[in-house]
Design a protein. Structure first.
Length: 154
């Protein structure tokens, strides 16, 4: 599959330069970081959350856990993890469990962790389990600049 059509269209329409990086099959973002020989702090994972208002994607470094309490305080919501069935429906052009950390490409609100802004490069899932998207710092800032952020992981 390589890059999901939704993500590719989004990045192209936003005129965001990116590269793809192929790696051995890995089912988690932490394992993708290991397979691609990247620091886990540079590999972002997207966690889909849900409440009565809808879905939100939290984007955090792959070596950290989402702090749902911090996100709920920041967004004034009562979010909890979305079901696997919801995720499968939302990301139908991706392999199961290979969620790109670009919720905005899927018309989903995003909140991201400040730690990601410290990195020179940031890597995201492409939509399969063998490829990552690399965004340099300015490209990352371009796609995330209008979304809330803070310390949302531990």
């Amino acid at each position: 599959m390589s890059i999901s059509p939704t993500v590719q269209i989004y990045l192209d329409r936003q005129h965001v330069p990116y590269h793809t990086l192929h790696h051995a099959y890995a089912e988690t973002m932490m394992r993708s970081a290991i397979a691609a020989q990247l620091p886990a702090r540079q590999v972002a994972k997207g966690v889909v959350l849900k409440d009565d208002e809808g879905f939100v994607m939290a984007v955090v470094p792959s070596d950290r856990m989402v702090d749902i309490d911090a996100i709920n305080r920041s967004m004034n919501r009562l979010l909890e993890p979305a079901s696997q069935q919801d995720v499968k429906i939302l990301f139908r052009d991706c392999n199961q469990g290979a969620v790109p950390s670009l919720g905005q490409a899927y018309n989903m609100p995003v909140i991201w962790d400040d730690a990601l802004a410290q990195e020179e490069d940031c890597y995201f899932e492409c939509g399969d389990h063998t490829d990552l998207i690399r965004l340099d710092k300015s490209s990352f800032e371009k796609v995330m600049h209008s979304y809330p952020h803070g310390v949302i992981s531990h």
